[in-house]
Design a protein around this ligand. Structure first.
Ligand SMILES: N[C@@H](CCC(=O)N[C@@H](CS)C(=O)NCC(=O)O)C(=O)O
Length: 308
């Protein structure tokens, strides 16, 4: 089987979510460090323009978005399962909460706290991405009390869950909801100047954070971005073509389509030929001079798909 290659950078909270899943599953993987800001010249040939972090590569198959990455890891490496105490299916919905309002509130607090200490290029890029064209640091700072109140309420739900005496969200073993919730605690603790004292009001959560940290990240080893590109070039996509005849988009394999994130603004749509389309995923065939033929995978939930 092709090696797992994660394109990410250490400070990325969404990448931390995937690193925790790699730890739960005890997997060996290759780590390619990508830039925090575009252009990301060694990532674009693989993704066709998708610029968010993280991206997973296995040979010539490229998985965009943590949801699709984790689903593929569970499919390829089912043991230990991410659903140790049940909650199959439904647990994915937790990601729609933690990647939505919870994530935006955490980002808003960290940015407002950094204020003018945040490098201006990062303010411009992330401000547009997460808060839209009307973004100003002053507006974000004015909204700080509401965001903090919202964050406290949401971390409070995690505390209540852990107060039932479980070591992890689903029982004695770690699973998907742990990774989906943990990354925001990790982010606030690391990046909000008052993060540790903010989280201290949730003692069960603090103890659970230590248990998750102890799981580690599996076994990463560095790889250069050029080596990753060479691997894609030498490989053939593995994804099987398939289609559901009743797909709401009306698209079928062979059609040209554009896939666009609906969660973040100002990101390019990715164009390619539909290779596979089903309930959970759309896979586009793309051709790039640097990597040849690659298959770029996206989840359906959180992405718009249109005929090109
Ligand atoms: N829905 C995406 C969101 C990913 C996301 O927003 N990642 C942040 C980093 S934590 C990002 O891409 N920031 C901009 C960048 O890295 O260029 C996912 O789950 O993977």
């Amino acid at each position: 089987m092709a090696e797992i290659i994660l394109h990410h950078y250490p400070q990325s909270p969404v990448a931390e979510k995937v690193r925790v899943v790699l730890g739960i599953k005890g997997l060996a993987w290759r780590s390619v460090t990508i830039p925090r800001l575009p252009p990301k010249p060694d990532l674009m040939p693989l993704t066709g323009g998708y610029r968010l972090t993280p991206v997973m590569q296995m040979g010539a198959d490229i998985y965009c978005d943590s949801q699709g990455i984790i689903r593929e890891l569970e499919r390829r490496f089912p043991e230990p399962t991410l659903f140790p105490g049940g909650a199959d299916g439904l647990a994915w919905g937790i990601g729609r909460w933690t990647d939505g309002d919870f994530f935006t509130a955490a980002i808003a607090v960290v940015f407002a706290d950094m204020g003018e200490n945040m490098p201006v290029e990062l303010q411009d890029d992330r401000g547009l991405l997460y808060f839209g064209p009307g973004f100003t640091m002053a507006k974000l700072q004015a909204g700080m009390p509401d965001r903090l109140a919202s964050l406290r309420a949401q971390f409070g739900w995690i505390e209540e869950r852990l107060a039932t005496g479980r070591r992890f969200m689903l029982g004695d073993k770690p699973g998907l909801p742990d990774a989906l919730c943990y990354y925001l605690a990790w982010f606030l603790r690391e990046r909000y100047s008052k993060g540790p004292e903010f989280l201290a009001r949730f003692p069960k959560l603090c103890a659970w954070e230590k248990r998750i940290e102890a799981l580690g990240h599996g076994t990463p080893s560095e790889m250069s971005s050029t080596e990753a590109l060479d691997i894609a070039k030498a490989a053939e996509p593995e994804a099987a073509p398939a289609s559901a005849p009743d797909d709401p988009s009306g698209l079928a394999p062979g059609d040209t389509a554009v896939v666009q994130s609906e969660c973040v603004r100002g990101t390019a749509g990715i164009e390619g030929r539909v290779h596979h389309i089903d309930l959970q995923n759309i896979v586009l065939d793309r051709e790039d001079p640097r990597v040849g033929q690659v298959a770029t995978h996206f989840p359906r939930a959180g992405y718009r798909v249109a005929r090109a």
